[in-house]
Design a protein around this ligand. Structure first.
Ligand SMILES: Nc1ncnc2c1ncn2[C@@H]1O[C@H](COP(=O)(O)OP(=O)(O)OP(=O)(O)O)[C@@H](O)[C@H]1O
Ligand SMILES: [Mg+2]
Length: 136
């Protein structure tokens, strides 16, 4: 069940800062632990940066969701960039087309409880992550 829903455009670096603050606010509001908050915000930053870097920006939807007597924060990153040709490769540690660390996507996946990525070349990429309040 969706308890609240909001969206934000990510078009420049400052938007990422604003976005991080919004994520933090939601996590605090639902009573997520400090470690949980940090994990969620770190994953969120990586995905927002990817959107800026590879797709020139996009939109993030921020939701507070509830399921099975718990609450969580769900974030959906949607861009209309070039898309990712090989998701299996992109999800591997160390794979980068930008000579960077290649840890953004696989790292983000490890920091959250649910991770879903869909991408179509020439159309764009959508990543959805959820972190539950009481998760480890
Ligand atoms: N939103 C996106 N649109 C298009 N390509 C993307 C997107 N996000 C990631 N990619 C591709 O997937 C690769 C892996 O992404 P990942 O975030 O894991 O590593 P990176 O951005 O290259 O390095 P790092 O995040 O560690 O600095 C990127 O190099 C890029 O080719
Ligand atoms: Mg990255």
């Amino acid at each position: 069940m969706v308890l609240s829903k909001d969206s934000l455009k990510i078009e420049k670096e400052q938007d990422v800062v604003l976005f991080r603050n919004r994520v933090k606010e939601l996590a605090v509001k639902i009573g997520m632990s400090l470690l949980g908050q940090t994990k969620l915000i770190t994953a969120a930053s990586e995905l927002a940066r990817n959107m800026l870097k590879y797709a020139g920006g996009g939109t993030v939807t921020l939701e507070v969701v509830s399921a099975n007597r718990t609450t969580g924060v769900r974030l959906t990153f949607e861009d209309k960039g070039p898309g990712i040709p090989d998701l299996g490769l992109a999800m591997q540690d160390g794979y980068s087309t930008a000579k960077s660390l290649g840890l953004g996507l696989p790292g983000a996946k490890r920091l959250v409880n649910e991770f879903d990525i869909k991408s179509t070349v020439g159309e764009g990429t959508t990543v959805t992550i959820t972190r539950w309040k009481n998760a480890v």
